[in-house]
Design a protein around this ligand. Structure first.
Ligand code: AMP
Ligand code: MG
Length: 288
């Protein structure tokens, strides 16, 4: 049985309750393990986690092929938006899911707190200039969604102003889709306990110290407000052409499988083809 990515998709216009989705879950994977020829994994001496990691490597290969096709065909634009709480695994996902993919065809745009120049424009101004061109795949590490997440929770602009942004965002993304961009939005869903462990690790392990940001603790205090802000954002902006997926992300190997499957299956649905060879190519010889 194949991994059904629809199981993780946020249905348009229906209420979303994140507390009902376990961040520890492995939807679609456990079923595959039970059903597949690979068996439970234990029979060949592999744990579920090892089998999962092996699967990610297989998926890396497939994604590499599809990205080459995307580039060669030069017709489609792919935008992948990644959002999560701090330490939710955004960087790790990009690193592991896109391992092996040709860096020439992939861009990552990371959005930090806006500069004064950026703040002197509308909030989509800095975003729009990074959307992918023909044949490109662009990953947003944070995005315009910060403008209805951190901005809402930390009261950075009036409610009257951010309230209207859900509609702007839906319209902006619909415009991108209508003009040829395929959009995938991923929310990496971790638990508050998992965040504690990961932030603590940033304090305890010298090679991770650089990632520690005391500001993360301020956001952590507002955990419940963030979960609510994510629920509203996902509910209001998951559309047919720009769907959100909630990825249970406490287990990194599962997160990598789920994200890889979503990206691969979406690319496969585009039915891309290498451009046809010029008619007379078989007759040609490269001269000495
Ligand atoms: P990091 O991704 O860990 O480097 O952190 C980037 C920081 O920038 C996070 O604390 C975000 O909440 C913050 N940030 C990103 N976009 C915005 C925005 N539009 N307004 C305010 N803060 C933002
Ligand atoms: Mg950070």
């Amino acid at each position: 049985m194949a991994f059904d990515i629809d199981a993780l998709r946020v249905k348009p216009n229906s209420p979303l309750n994140l507390s009902e989705i376990s961040p520890d879950g492995t939807p679609e994977w456990s079923d595959i393990e039970k059903d597949s020829k690979r068996g439970s994994g234990e029979s060949n001496g592999l744990s579920n986690k090892d089998a999962g990691k092996a699967r990610v490597l297989e998926l890396n290969k497939r994604l590499e092929e599809l990205q080459e096709l995307l580039y060669a065909e030069g017709k489609h634009r792919i935008l992948i938006v990644i959002q999560a709480m701090d330490a939710g695994g955004k960087d790790g996902t990009i690193k592991h899911v896109f391992e092996g993919v040709n860096p020439s065809g992939v861009k990552v745009a990371a959005f930090k707190a806006p500069s004064s120049l950026e703040r002197s424009h509308d909030y989509l101004w800095r975003i729009h200039q990074h959307v992918p061109a023909d044949g490109q795949l662009t990953i947003f590490n944070r995005s315009h969604y910060e403008d209805v997440l951190v901005v809402r929770v930390m009261d950075l602009v009036d409610k009257k102003r951010w309230e209207k942004r859900y509609e702007h965002i839906t319209n902006f993304e619909q415009m991108l889709a209508d003009e040829g961009t395929t959009i995938i939005k991923l929310f990496l869903h971790i638990s508050k306990e998992e965040q504690q462990e990961r932030l603590q690790e940033r304090l305890d392990r010298p090679e991770k110290n650089w990632k520690f940001d005391s500001g993360d603790l301020v956001h952590r205090e507002r955990w419940d407000d963030y979960q609510k802000a994510f629920e509203t954002a996902l509910e209001r902006t998951s559309t047919k052409d720009a769907p959100w997926y909630v990825i249970p992300a406490n287990r990194k190997w599962y997160r990598n499988i789920a994200v890889s499957e979503i990206v691969i299956q979406t690319l496969e649905s585009l039915k891309m083809e290498f451009p046809p060879a010029p008619a007379d190519i078989t007759q040609m010889q490269i001269p000495d």
